[in-house]
Ligand binder design. Structure first.
Ligand code: ATP
Ligand code: MG
Length: 373
């Protein structure tokens, strides 16, 4: 799916390797390389050249395809994987032949089988494989040799969906996109929820959050952002709750609504970008009180990280520049001058007694706007 817009590719998996082959010259190979670097579960990527299964064709292919790397290295070895057991040479014989010839051809190269600077990989395939994608799925006979250099590291993590699904609370800040990415990396398919306080927060602020979600899609695939109108609840809390408890009670409402959204989309956990001690709402006492209103586990992958560490990931995944654009978030609307750092569950519950919690949640949930990015 990630390659669909880049041309027609054949994709199939054999013995823990996934092969991606362009089917014609129109394929955007550099685009495909970048897209595949963002597929969780892929540990490493290498670009390979295929050729006829013949020892001299393989040698010529290695010389041409890996010429730059062969010139730059001081030591090397050749490693052969032979799925085709009918090939007339053993793996070791073929490695010795190709290695010996390359050694002759490049004056700079010495063989080092233990710690080579460059390993030349040769694979002899002979497969009947099931091709998953373009243009028609079905059985294909693969009968070729492949030559490639060392793999470059890729996204790592686990394939999306393996870890179930979760609902991530996405603000316009730096932390929640990073938290979402970290949980997606563990193989968890995500839905997003955003609390929107129009007109206290602007349409641009909402657009910014949708853009952050869009920036995550090369890693997560398509996302649904559940945009929850939050203004009525915030106004009600300002009217009827003690100012110093406003933030924590507001966050309890976010959690309750998120849990309801999660129930509807089958998500088994909530994800937040909370980090211990960054702001008043993120003390352990505040986390206890906010977490108390939901049964689902709350995953806080950045809880123990320094801001610098979070920023580093935000830059790597490409969300940082958008996160720092200056738009307001609903958390900064009606912020108390002196928020309670250590709220007690009892006083918060007492303050909430005046509210018709169910009705407030129901009204918000009924007006959710769902945006696909
Ligand atoms: P971030 O950088 O992710 O905005 P923050 O440091 O600003 O986090 P808070 O404002 O306390 O911290 O928010 C903590 C977490 O609560 C966020 O990481 C996010 O998961 C969630 N959150 C905050 N505001 C919203 C919102 N408007 N919509 C959805 N989730 C939100
Ligand atoms: Mg924020």
């Amino acid at each position: 799916r990630r390659l669909n817009h880049l041309g027609q590719f054949r994709v199939y998996t054999r013995q823990s390797t996934t092969y991606v082959e362009p089917m014609n010259d129109d394929c955007d190979m550099d685009g495909a390389w970048e897209a595949m670097k963002k597929v969780f579960g892929v540990v490493g990527l290498s670009r390979a050249r295929s050729c006829e299964k013949d020892k001299d064709a393989i040698l010529a292919c290695a010389k041409e395809f890996l010429d730059d790397q062969l010139r730059a290295a001081r030591t090397f070895k050749v490693e052969t994987k032979r799925a085709d057991k009918t090939f007339p040479m053993t793996s070791i014989q073929l490695s010795q032949y190709v290695g010996g010839e390359l050694h002759e051809a490049y004056d700079n190269l010495e063989v080092d089988v233990h710690h080579p600077e460059l390993t030349v990989y040769v694979e002899l395939s002979y497969y009947s494989v099931y091709v998953h994608t373009q243009p028609q799925p079905g059985e294909v006979r693969e009968d070729a040799a492949y030559v490639h250099g060392p793999a470059e590291s890729a996204a790592g993590g686990l394939p999306l969906g393996m870890g179930g699904s979760a609902l991530s609370l996405l603000s316009g800040g730096i932390d929640s996109p990073v938290a979402s990415w970290m949980i997606a990396k563990r193989g968890v398919a995500l839905d997003m929820v955003h609390f929107f306080s129009y007109p206290y927060t602007s349409l641009e602020a909402k657009e910014k959050v949708l853009e952050l979600a869009r920036l995550l899609t090369p890693w997560t695939g398509r996302l649904t952002v559940h945009v929850v109108p939050f203004t009525a609840i915030q106004e009600e809390l300002r009217r009827s709750c003690p100012e110093e408890l406003f933030t924590v009670i507001m966050r309890r409402f976010m959690m309750r609504i998120a849990q309801e959204v999660a129930r509807r989309c089958g998500a088994k956990a909530l994800v937040t970008g909370e980090c211990l001690g960054q702001v008043a709402s993120q003390t352990m006492d505040a986390m206890l009180v906010t977490g108390a209103v939901v049964d689902l586990p709350i995953l806080r992958p950045v809880v123990g990280m320094d801001k610098e560490e979070i920023v580093q990931i935000a830059r790597k995944i490409g969300t940082f520049e958008t996160s720092i654009l200056p738009y307001e978030d609903c958390c900064t609307v009606f912020t108390p001058r002196h928020p309670r750092l250590r709220p007690l569950p009892g006083e918060v519950e007492f303050a909430e007694e005046k509210l018709d919690i169910q009705a407030l949640i129901q009204a918000a949930v009924d007006s959710i706007e769902r945006v696909q990015v």
